[in-house]
Design a protein around this ligand. Structure first.
Ligand code: G3P
Length: 222
């Protein structure tokens, strides 16, 4: 499963790219607003930093407006993917954009049927918001399993991009369900490799190694 970083913070993006773990980035208007930066310049810098797809979100609400904005965002970089909210105008625009060869990420998906319609319209990705669904008392991951079954049943090429992930269990369940991508904030990425028993084990082994006799002049790590 691919892992994307869900942020518009360039420092975080540079750090995750340096680790080599992330395959792409997703942004949204709220994440961009947090940076305090002008979006066009920021988007160009993010796209130049990330060796993979970068989702940039449309804020136009009518079909023609979405198409015009999407073309402008897509022209920023070859790896730009255009996020379009799942609403009637958005779904119509996605069909037009997909016919033009512009990659799309249908976002704010909160039901399996919304995802199916997006796939029928030729979306490159659908972004179900599992964390927000859980907050409403729904089972976000159940909708991922349903989408996977439906996409497999009908051979939809659309990729399931699990979004609004709040903790490592969301990432685990996304992978078990066969989602193509999970996008996560930096704090969840950090939690993926940490475990208190690993820390205890490292300290235990270092303490034991300190008692192993070393040749005179040899470094302890050699
Ligand atoms: O970027 C889309 C999505 O991942 C947002 O997540 O945490 O605002 O629900 P969140």
């Amino acid at each position: 499963m691919k892992l994307f970083l869900d942020t518009a913070d360039l420092d975080q993006i540079r750090e995750a790219v340096r680790w080599g773990i992330i395959d792409g980035v997703t942004t949204n208007p709220a994440l961009v607003a947090k940076t305090g930066r002008e979006s066009g310049e920021l988007y160009a810098e993010i796209c130049a930093t990330v060796p993979g797809p970068v989702s940039l979100e449309c804020v136009a609400m009518d079909v023609d407006g979405i198409v015009v904005e999407a073309r402008r965002l897509a022209a920023i970089a070859k790896n730009a993917v255009i996020k379009v909210p799942v609403m009637r105008e958005g779904l119509i625009a996605v069909r037009r954009l997909s016919e033009e060869g512009i990659k799309t990420n249908v976002t704010l998906v909160c039901s399996t049927m919304q995802a199916m319609l997006a796939a029928k319209q030729g979306a490159t990705y659908v972004s179900p918001f599992v964390g927000r669904l859980d907050l409403m008392g729904q089972d976000g991951m159940e909708s991922i399993r349903q989408m996977k079954t439906i996409f497999d049943n009908y051979g939809f090429a659309t990729q399931i991009l699990v979004a609004s992930a709040r903790h490592p269990r969301h990432v685990l369940e996304a992978a078990l369900a066969g989602a193509h991508v999970c996008t996560i904030p930096m704090d969840v990425l950090e939690l993926l490799y940490q475990h208190p028993m690993t820390d205890v084990g490292i300290q235990q082994f270092l303490a034991a190694w300190a008692k192993v006799p070393q040749k005179a002049g040899a470094s302890r790590a050699a």
